[in-house]
Structure formats: C-alpha cells, structure tokens
Design a binder for this molecule. Structure first.
Ligand SMILES: [Zn+2]
Length: 150
C-alpha cells in the first residue's frame, strides 16, 4: 500500500474511514493535554507524598486529603532497562525508565532515543513529550506520554 499511511509510523489507523476530528483523550488520566501537556499527581495534604493513582489514604502517613499538583515536565533518568520481550503487537526493543521530575518519580518509556545501552545513561536529562496511539472510528485520538532526551 503506497499511500500517506505508509510514511507514518506513530499513528495506527484503526479503520480506513477514521478521520481525526481534533478530539483527543489521554491514555492515562494523570496526563493533561492542551497547549502545555504535563502530568498531574495527587499530593497528600499532610506529608506531601505524591501518587499518580487515586488513593483513599496516603501510603506514607495515612492522610486522607489530597490536592492535584502539576509535575515538572523535565527531569533526569534515575533508572532504566531495555525491554526486548513483550506481548504480541508491542514493538521491541524499547526503553522503560524511572524519571526523577524535580523530586517526583515517574515511570515512563524513553522515546526518540535508540534503545541501546550506549545511548541511554543514568542522570541523562529528559523532557515530557506526547505521541499518538491511534485514532478510533469516531475520530478521537488516544495520546500517550514518554520522555525524550533534551
Ligand atoms: Zn501523607
């Protein structure tokens, strides 16, 4: 097939009739889209611990009040592994990492970098980026996040 789709690797068109409407949904609810995409965490009002998932109580102090806070979009690689085996349909290899975003640990994949141990280093500076996961029949695009070298 020699049409526009063959040159796009990050967008998987679900059907031939899928047309982007401009509507986007984040793949995870702690990813906030818009002009300045960023992550938001639930911050414990008692001790300041931050969690990306919803909690009834803080795992550090059992506090029960939380506020949503924006997480820094730049950080450094704290740990990483190069994944070479995954479920069918998941392209490998890829780099799974823990990013220190100004004190908040974020799990995410590194993108726009070769999945090679000589190209990824601890403490490497990275920034948040988003990419398309595909467009559904209604034209709504699913958007994921990753981190890329700065
Ligand atoms: Zn707490």
């Amino acid at each position: 097939m020699d049409d526009w789709r063959s040159s796009i690797t990050t967008v998987r068109v679900v059907t031939d009739t899928a047309t982007p409407t401009g509507a986007q949904v984040p793949l995870v609810d702690y990813l906030v889209l818009g002009a300045h995409p960023h992550l938001e965490a639930n911050r414990c009002m008692s001790c300041g611990a931050r969690f990306f998932d919803r909690r009834n109580a803080c795992a550090s102090c059992f506090g029960t009040e939380f506020e949503r806070v924006a997480i820094a979009t730049e950080g450094t690689v704290r740990a990483f592994t190069i994944v070479t085996f995954a479920a069918p349909g998941v392209p490998v290899p890829f780099v799974s990492a823990v990013i220190d975003c100004d004190g908040t640990s974020v799990r995410g994949n590194l993108v726009n970098v070769e999945p090679d141990p000589s190209k990824v280093t601890l403490h490497m500076p990275v920034r948040l980026t988003t990419y398309s996961m595909g467009i559904d029949d209604n034209g709504t695009e699913a958007v994921a996040f990753g981190f890329e070298p700065t």
